[in-house]
Ligand binder design. Sequence first.
Ligand code: AN7
Length: 392
Amino acid sequence: MGIEGPMYTCPMCGEPLTIVYNKGYLKGRALEGFRGRGVWRYSPMLPFEGDVKPVSLNEGDTPLHRSLRLGGKLGLEELLLKNEGLNPTASFKDRGMTVAVTDAVRRKASRVICASTGNTAASVAAYAARAGLKSYVLVPSGIVARGKLAQAVAYGARIVKVRGSFDEALEIVMETVSRDGDIYLMNSVNPYRIEGQKTLAFEVWEQMGGRTPDWLVLPVGNAGNITAVWKGFKELTEVGLTQRTPHILGVQAEGASPLARAFEMGFDELVPVENPETYATAIRIGKPISWRRALAAARESGGSIISVSDDSILEAQKTLARMEGVFVEPASAASIAGLEKAMEDGLIGDEDSVVAVLTGHGLKDPDSAIRMGVEEVEAEPGPEALAMALGV
Ligand code: AN7
C-alpha cells in the first residue's frame, strides 16, 4: 500500500515546505493550555487533530541547568544550559522524530529513510523500531562517531556507508524518495521534523517561568534546528504567550561554515563548502538544506551566525565537562565556543541572559573525550603503590 501524500519540498522552487497555521486557530488551540509532558505536552501547537497515537519514547522535558561556574568565568549574569543530550537517544533529534514517525504511521508508511552525520540515524532507527517500521540510514563513510553508529546497529537499521559527504548522501536520499513514493523521508526537509523540534522553544519559555532569554545559542549543520527553534519562538508571540523573542545565534565550525560566511557577507545565496572539514563531525555539512530559513532566523531575530575553530570547540567541550559536570559531544560544545566568541566581539553583553543549547551527549563520541588528554595511571593493587599513584 502506498503512503498517503507526504510532501517535503515546494514543486515550484524546491525549498523545504513549512507548516503554517491560521493565527486565530493556533491561538484558540494554545488557549486550551498545555497538559502532559515532553514534546506532546505542546500538542495544541502541533499539526494533528483528534485522536493521534504518538509514537513516543518520552522525548523532551530535558533539564535547563543554571550554570554555576562557566557563566561567571565568561562574566555573564545568567547562563542556562539546555541539556538535549538527555533525550531518549541522547540528542535533540528525538523531538522531531517522535512527530515525524507519528506522521509516517498515520500515512501508513512501512519504510523510512534518512541521510545523517550520525544523530539523525540513531534517532530514526529508534523511532522506526518503536513504530515497527523498517529504517534505512545513509551515513558518510568513516566520520560517524562510534556511539551513534552503535545505536543505529542496535536498533536494527539498515546502514549504508556512502563513500562521500553528508551532502552527497542527502542528495541520494532525496532522489530515492522522489522515485519511490513508498519510502518516507526523515530528514529535516520533512516539515513534521521541524514541528517537533520547535517545542524546544516552548520548553525553554516554560522552564524560565514564562520568560524568554535575550539570546539563544545553538550549533548549526543542516540548519533544521535553528529553523525550528525560531519558528517556535515566533509562534509563542503569535498566540500572545510572550512579547519578546530571543536573538538567535547560530554557530558553525570554521571548516564547515557556509552560513556564517553568507551572514557576514550579507549574501542571499549560499556558496556551498565542497569539502567540509571539522572535528565536530555532527555538523560537518557544506550545503545546509535549510540555509534560507537559517539566514532568515538569524536576521529576523536580530541574531547572527558565526564560526568557531575546532580548537575552541574542544576547549569548550572540556571546560563544560569540568566546570559544570555536563559532558557533550564536540558539535554541542560549539554553542559554548560561539558564546565565548560573541562575548569577545561585543555581540553578547555581560547583562544578557543566555540559553546555550547542548544538542548531543558526550557518550555519542567517546573518542573525542579520550583525545582530551589522559589523566590516568596504572598501579599494583597495594596501599603503597596506590598512594604513590595518587600522589597522596
Ligand atoms: C549534536 O544527525 O545533521 O542544524 O544528520 O547532531 O539541525 O542540522 C546532525 C546535526 C547540532 C546541527 N548538534 O543541527 C545528523 C545531523 C548535533 C547534531 C546539529 C546536529 P541541524
